[in-house]
Design a binder for this molecule. Structure first.
Ligand code: HEM
Length: 187
């Protein structure tokens, strides 16, 4: 009997850990398989790779927009990185699927560069200035305006936040903590 209870409890734990995160703007303890805190910004990242999909969430305090990005390698600062910006437009939270062409300056919408919005699911909430963001996306969208994610291979992750919701306005300077890289990030 004890064996059976132990086996059932173990099976439940495994199924909980393997469950797909719910993209609902709330991150529960143990909802994601992986988590990492970036000390400088206080950003907490959560992610699960399930089949050919990435499920990702993060919390970050900011008065304005928040964003994440990733690249396979760094050749010229953030040039060539995939970018996702989350902001408020017309009273609603939106996720903008973007791409970073230039080493400095703003990313562009994928849809303006021959790509499309490949975010499969998205939800965000704000508690004061604390964002909770969740999204899912295919690991490899096959589009030139996205960077394919290779689980198990170190990539470079980046984050940024602004003091305004207007995405034509930059984040704070990277030298002052407004934008940062996390090297050797493994999805
Ligand atoms: C998800 C969104 C974004 C992320 C994760 C991000 C990340 C970064 C990072 C890591 C740097 C440092 C590059 C380096 O010095 O090697 C940087 C620089 C820069 N970014 Fe962004 N960025 C984002 C969006 C934007 C937007 C929307 C703008 C403008 C509208 C912008 C403007 C700039 C500028 C002007 C620099 C050079 C100045 C500096 O180093 O602070 N970025 N960005």
């Amino acid at each position: 009997m004890i064996k059976l209870i132990t086996a059932t409890a173990f099976a439940l734990l495994v199924s909980l850990a393997a469950a797909q995160p719910a993209i609902d703007g709330a991150i529960a303890d143990g909802e994601y398989a992986n988590t990492l805190t970036h000390d400088g910004s206080g950003m907490v990242l959560y992610w699960t790779v399930d089949g050919d999909m990435l499920y990702m969430g993060f919390t970050l305090e900011a008065r304005g927009w928040v964003g994440v990005g990733w690249g396979a390698e760094m050749t010229n600062r953030k040039a060539g990185f995939d970018v996702l910006i989350v902001t408020e437009q017309g009273g609603e939270f939106v996720a903008l699927d973007m791409f970073q062409e230039s080493a400095r300056g703003e990313p562009v919408l994928d849809s303006e560069e021959g790509g499309s919005n490949t975010i499969a699911d998205f939800a965000a909430t704000r508690d004061g200035d604390l964002w909770t963001v969740e999204f899912s996306r295919p690991l490899d969208t096959g589009e030139d305006t996205d960077v394919a994610i290779t689980p198990g291979t170190p990539m470079i992750f980046m984050g940024a936040y602004a003091n305004v919701m207007d995405v034509s306005r930059a984040h704070g300077r990277s030298t002052q903590g407004g934008a940062w890289y996390i090297e050797d990030f493994t999805f």
